[in-house]
Design a protein around this ligand. Structure first.
Ligand SMILES: Nc1ncnc2c1ncn2[C@@H]1O[C@H](COP(=O)(O)OP(=O)(O)OP(=O)(O)O)[C@@H](O)[C@H]1O
Ligand SMILES: O=C(O)c1ccc[n+]([C@@H]2O[C@H](COP(=O)([O-])O)[C@@H](O)[C@H]2O)c1
Length: 202
């Protein structure tokens, strides 16, 4: 499952768990993006913070893991590169790519869309506020799965933090604490690890 994960929230985790169960998947790999091509004009939290929040959120589930392939490659994140780096030379793996209804809608605009759809089976999940439908012509490579409705977005989580509203129970507890520790989403520069330790001591 690829995502900006700025921050990761329970909508992502419920979607991943629902698809894992529906297709009996051995593992779900969360892949935080470096720079999502359709989010070019947006300021995104530094990748290391997004990566670490994703690790914290998934740590308790033995079949969830987090990959750094997109972050370490850097530049614009195209799913064709993600799938090549993860599975390019693996003939023993059947890959699935999990996307929300909003992301699935634009899949034909993705780089090398046809090849991408050959490299993995795409699974679109329901998301409140978005219509879940398979774009024309790709029905064979896409499945739809209904997951428990979680009306949560990273945008809403960021705005809540910026306004001093709680994000408890929208994101995992460890992610709430990470956001507070590094003062993310406060409309002021986030802290480094040293600055965060210093501010906790004082
Ligand atoms: N509440 C949700 N339910 C189902 N799928 C979701 C939900 N939130 C996000 N997704 C899906 O998870 C993937 C990663 O999403 P992303 O990290 O962009 O989160 P987001 O909440 O959409 O972020 P933002 O609000 O910053 O755009 C996308 O495929 C997206 O459609
Ligand atoms: O490959 C592309 O052209 C492409 C265009 C838009 C989105 N994606 C991928 O879709 C995933 C979900 O993106 P996002 O930002 O909605 O979380 C993420 O892994 C992106 O890299 C990929």
């Amino acid at each position: 499952m690829g995502g900006t994960f700025d921050p990761i929230h329970h909508g992502h985790l419920v979607a991943a768990s629902g698809v894992q169960s529906a297709f009996d998947l051995d593992e779900v790999i969360f892949v935080p993006t470096a720079a999502q091509p359709f989010k070019n004009g947006r300021t995104v939290t530094p990748a290391e913070h997004r990566y670490l929040m994703t690790v914290i959120a998934t740590a308790s589930n033995p079949s969830f893991s987090v990959s750094r392939v997109d972050i370490d490659r850097g530049g614009t994140t195209y799913t064709i590169d993600t799938l090549t780096d993860l599975f390019g030379d693996r003939t023993d793996v059947e890959a699935f790519f999990i996307t929300g209804a909003d992301a699935l809608r634009r899949i034909l605009d993705w780089k090398d869309a046809e090849k991408v759809l050959e490299m993995a089976h795409f699974v679109g999940v329901t998301r409140p506020g978005h219509t879940l439908e398979v774009p024309e012509g790709v029905a064979q490579r896409v499945s739809l799965v209904e997951v428990p409705a979680m009306a949560i977005s990273s945008t809403d989580c960021r705005e809540r933090v910026a306004h001093g509203d709680p994000v408890w129970y929208l994101v995992p507890d460890g992610v709430v604490q990470y956001i507070m520790k590094y003062r993310l989403y406060k409309n002021s520069p986030s802290l480094t690890a040293t600055e965060a330790s210093f501010s906790l001591l004082n």
